[in-house]
Design a protein. Structure first.
Length: 262
C-alpha cells in the first residue's frame, strides 16, 4: 500500500508573476529573475507530472508576490484540507485565492479562523503524525486551532519549535520516506525526530534541506553534490531542480506545491 505522506495523485502549483521580484526575503541577496524562475517552475511541474500525477497549474497573482509558494496557504491530508492563516500580513490574501480550487476537490474543507496564525511551510506530515514548528509565522494559537481539526480526522499533532532565524520548519527538513527524514543538524539537535531515521545535510549544504518525496522520486535543489551523493547512495531516485531564484526568497521544493490524493 502506498503512503499518503509520500505518494500522491494530485498537486497544485502556481506560476510566478512579474511581481515575484518583490517577494519577502530575510536577507536581500538580489531579486529573482522571473524568466529563469518560470523555466525552473516548468521543470518542477513536468517532474511532478512525470510520476503520473495530475498537476493543476494556477495563474500568477501579481498582487501577491509570494503567491507561487502555495504550500503556505493550505494543508491537505487524508480526511480533508485546512485553509491556513499566514503570519505574514502581505500573504493573508493568498488563502482566499486558493480556497475555490480546494473547495472543488475536498468535501471537508476547514478554515483556521484566528486570531492565531499558521503557515503550511511549518507543517510536516509523516504519515503517522503531523509535526508543526512554531515560528515567526506560526504561533501557539494557530497550532491549537489546527489540533482541534486534526483530532476529528484522527491525525496526532506534535508541536515543535522551528529554530530561531529559520523561516519555516520545512526550511530545515524533508520527509524522504515514512521512516526517514532529511534534516539539518541544527533542527535535529532538538531531538524532534526521535523514532525516525535521520539523514543529516552535509556541512555547508544545509540549503538543500527543503526537498520533497513525490511518488517514487525526490526533488532536490540542484547544486548540492554531497547531499545528492548521500541520497543516491541511500537508494533515492533524485530529480535535481534549479532553486536559484526561489532560494533568494527563502523558498524550496515543498513551497511550490500542495500535494494530496483526490
Ligand atoms: N518569500 C517567502 C516567504 O517569506 O513567505
Amino acid at each position: 500500500m502506498t503512503n499518503p505522506a509520500t505518494h500522491f495523485s494530485h498537486a497544485i502549483s502556481r506560476r510566478p508573476g512579474a511581481s515575484v521580484t518583490g517577494g519577502l526575503r530575510a536577507e536581500d541577496r538580489g531579486a529573482p529573475d522571473p524568466a529563469r524562475m518560470q523555466a525552473a517552475h516548468d521543470t518542477y511541474v513536468a517532474t511532478l507530472r512525470s510520476t503520473g500525477a495530475e498537476v493543476i497549474v494556477l495563474d500568477p497573482l501579481e498582487e501577491y508576490p509570494d503567491a507561487l509558494f502555495v504550500e503556505d496557504t493550505a494543508l491537505c491530508l487524508p480526511g480533508g484540507a485546512v485553509m491556513m492563516r499566514p503570519g505574514a500580513p502581505s500573504r493573508m490574501g493568498e488563502v482566499a485565492q486558493m480556497r475555490p480550487t480546494l473547495a472543488a476537490l475536498f468535501e471537508d474543507l476547514r478554515d483556521i479562523q484566528g486570531p492565531g496564525h499558521i503557515e503550511g511551510g511549518d507543517i510536516l506530515f509523516t504519515g503517522r503524525e503531523v509535526l508543526v514548528g512554531r515560528s515567526a509565522r506560526t504561533d501557539a494559537e494557530g497550532v491549537a486551532e489546527l489540533r482541534t481539526i486534526l483530532n476529528e480526522w484522527g491525525h496526532p499533532l506534535r508541536e515543535l519549535q522551528t529554530p530561531e532565524g529559520v523561516l519555516h520548519f520545512k526550511t530545515d527538513c524533508s520527509l524522504l520516506d515514512p521512516e526517514t527524514i532529511l534534516s539539518t543538524r541544527l533542527l535535529d539537535s532538538s531531538d524532534c525526530f526521535d523514532g525516525y531515521r535521520v539523514l543529516h545535510l552535509p556541512e555547508g549544504e544545509e540549503a538543500a534541506a527543503n526537498a520533497i518525496r513525490f511518488n517514487d522520486v525526490v526533488l532536490l535543489p540542484d547544486g548540492f553534490p554531497k547531499t545528492a551523493e548521500m541520497l543516491t547512495r541511500e537508494g533515492y531516485d533524485l530529480r535535481p531542480i534549479d532553486n536559484t531564484d526561489c532560494a533568494l526568497l527563502d523558498g524550496g521544493m515543498s513551497c511550490l506545491s500542495l500535494r494530496f490524493n483526490a
